[in-house]
Design a protein around this ligand. Structure first.
Ligand SMILES: Nc1nc2c(ncn2[C@@H]2O[C@H](COP(=O)(O)OP(=O)(O)OP(=O)(O)O)[C@@H](O)[C@H]2O)c(=O)[nH]1
Ligand SMILES: [Mg+2]
Length: 611
């Protein structure tokens, strides 16, 4: 099929490691192409539009936008750089013909740079390399370019892909240059390079219409919106079409509204043709990866395979003594419905029923991906409990056990290198490279994903908060042997009631508290971290005998250390196998699975006896 060349369109995705400046660059592409009115007030990183993205300063979901440049429309997909959201990158690459690969001029290529580039090269997309943040004092663009070239070669790039153009940028000032000597003060060199190097879509517009859905959105006005690039043909509002499921099952539907992207807005249109990215309404029951096509077509279009999850957590109804007080949605059917609903959008997530009717296994790419789901659900009013993340093992063809291995990059000051090697060594990590930099050393490791669960806190403590760690899934490899868990036990309440200052003052001698006086505790709830390895049952509700009122201590004044406030992610990191995290819209509480003190101790003894 010769097809026609849509020289009026380019479709690109912006891909990079986390924080290398994708969303900031999109801001300036939008601005400089005249998307916003003069003097219109626009938020920084405008594409990071959902609350959690704004709060955390990271992109979580890939999103579409477009700019017009010299009579050409450039459809842009901004993608997340954190490895846990790698599925978002995979799902949108089928919408584009080329990518801007951003690399921080100081940090150079990091694990997720490799992952996203590998995906782009596998799909034969044409890259433009953007060495960004050249304003950084520690920028080393020439070296970074060499490292990028090595990465391309290592990933088996084709000759055409290796011939990538390079742009040097200060994304946050909206500056792009074709060389380090270039004096450009705007993004023209980048936008021109996109028109020149990224191929215009070559498509058939006269054949029957078909497209794959790469994204879903929601509008209060029209309901569910399906987003994708038209692969073939032309679509019109009012057309009757088929929604074809991957197994070939078909549903009839009508296109009720159609939109194209103009800047960051969706703008209604009556018709659109192959090569353009559009959004459609009229399809309530659509999932990502499904095909919408003219009724003459019966076969679904192919869709990229999204990589499988590597870790899982169990989600269940909250059964703690405080259950049901703070949440709006607290029952098993509500929880189940919500979790399965998430699958529509979240292509790298899996949800399964478990052997127990009120427990669901939710699998994803990493702790952050699951933490974001948990946080989103509690903000919607859900109350539930979750278990410690566990890795998903596999079996090789000969039946031996395989486990996910992560590629880890650590940047630390030289004096911490020994410590990091030691603590990762304990977690079955193996160092694969060590490169001294200006004021830090970069070490690379392969570490079982198991060994990284709960690792971040220990890493930050051991490097006094200065170390930087990134990791990305590498491969499944033979099981590396047992890894020990948390090195400190929990302080567990043995009573139910409000915690008292009097009791907490005594307990704080034994470890670090997570709560303050007045907090409701229950038997089996974890109120702190023990300084020792085993758990310690404590009475946090004890009150002073009236007769002793003024006799305790020297002056009778209670002195309490400020409690350690654990964020949701830190709580997840803290969890052991015999513990749960209770999540409500108002609180997160750590607890033992078995609340009864005697029963728990008995179970522990039985377990020890069987080892
Ligand atoms: N020095 C410097 N900092 C920049 C530049 N561009 C972006 N930044 C900063 O880098 C940080 C990350 O920027 P983002 O645009 O959110 O990065 P991102 O790649 O979209 O991040 P994720 O979507 O979470 O992967 C922000 O603090 C920006 O201000 C630049 O050209 N120079
Ligand atoms: Mg971003």
């Amino acid at each position: 099929m010769p097809g026609i060349v849509r020289s009026d369109i380019r479709n690109i995705a912006i891909i990079a490691h986390v924080d290398h400046g994708k969303t900031t660059l999109v801001d300036h592409m939008l601005r400089q192409s005249g998307t916003f009115r003069e003097n219109q007030v626009v938020a920084e990183r405008v594409m990071d539009s959902n609350d959690l993205e704004k709060e955390r300063g990271i992109t979580i979901m890939a999103k579409n936008a477009s700019v017009h440049w010299r009579d050409t429309k450039i459809n842009i997909v901004d993608t997340p750089g954190h490895s846990d959201f790698g599925g978002e990158v995979e799902r949108v690459l089928s919408m584009v013909d080329g990518v801007l690969l951003l690399v921080d001029a100081a940090e150079g290529p990091l694990p997720q740079t490799r992952f996203v580039l590998r995906k782009a090269l596998e799909m034969s997309l044409i890259p433009i390399v953007v060495i960004n943040k050249i304003d950084r004092q520690d920028a080393r663009p020439a070296e970074v370019l060499d490292e990028i070239l090595d990465l391309f070669i290592g990933l088996g790039a084709s000759y055409e892909q290796l011939d990538f153009p390079v742009i040097y940028a200060i994304g946050k000032l909206g500056i792009a240059r074709t060389s380090l000597e270039d004096k450009s003060e705007n993004l023209e060199p980048l936008l021109d390079s996109i028109l020149k190097h990224i191929p215009a879509p070559t498509v058939e517009t006269e054949e029957p219409f078909a497209m794959v859905i790469s994204a879903l959105d929601w509008s209060d006005y029209v309901g569910r919106i399906a987003v994708g690039r038209i692969t073939i043909g032309t679509a019109k509002v009012g057309d009757f079409v088929n929604l074809i499921k991957p197994d070939g099952a078909k549903e009839n539907a009508r296109i009720t509204k159609m939109y194209v992207y103009e800047g960051i807005a969706r703008v209604e249109t009556e018709t659109a043709s192959a090569g353009d990215v559009i959004a459609l309404s009229g399809f309530e029951n659509v999932y990502i990866g499904e095909t919408i096509a003219n009724s003459a077509r019966t076969e679904p279009l192919s869709y990229v395979n999204i990589e499988e999850p590597t870790i899982a957590m169990y989600f269940m109804v909250n059964t703690s003594p405080l259950a049901g007080r703070e949440g709006k949605f607290v029952t098993t059917p509500k929880l189940r419905d919500r979790l399965y609903r998430e699958l529509r959008n979240n292509v790298s997530l899996r949800v399964e029923d478990s052997d127990s009717p009120d427990v669901f296994k939710v699998s994803g790419r990493g702790e952050l991906q699951l933490a974001i789901l948990i946080e989103t659900m509690r903000r919607e009013g859900f109350e539930f409990a979750v278990s410690r993340p566990e890795v998903l093992f596999r079996r090789s063809e000969d039946g031996s056990l395989l486990e996910p291995i992560e590629h880890v990059t650590v940047d630390v000051r030289e004096n911490y290198v020994g410590t990091v090697i030691e603590i990762l060594g304990r977690r079955k990590g193996e160092m694969t490279a060590m490169n001294p930099g200006l004021d830090s050393v970069r070490c690379e490791f392969t570490v079982p994903a198991r060994g990284l669960i709960g690792f971040r806190t220990e890493f930050l403590t051991s490097t006094r908060g200065e170390g930087i760690i990134h990791h990305t899934f590498d491969s499944y490899q033979p099981y590396k042997g047992p890894i020990s868990g948390r090195s400190r036990g929990a302080l567990v309440s043995m009573e139910t009631g409000p915690a008292t200052g009097y009791a907490l003052e005594m307990i704080q001698e034994r470890g670090v508290l997570f709560i303050e006086p007045g907090v409701s505790v229950y038997e089996g709830m974890i109120i702190g971290e023990n300084a020792r390895e085993d758990d310690l049952s404590v009475n946090a509700t004890r009150t002073k005998h009236l007769t002793n009122m003024r006799s305790s201590g020297s002056d009778g004044i209670i002195r309490l250390e400020a409690p350690r406030r654990l964020s949701l992610e830190q709580c997840i990191e803290f969890l052991e196998d015999d513990e749960l995290l209770e999540v409500t819209p108002e609180n997160v509480r750590l607890r033992k699975k078995i609340l009864d003190t005697t029963m728990r101790q008995r179970a522990k003894k039985r377990e020890a006896a069987t080892l």
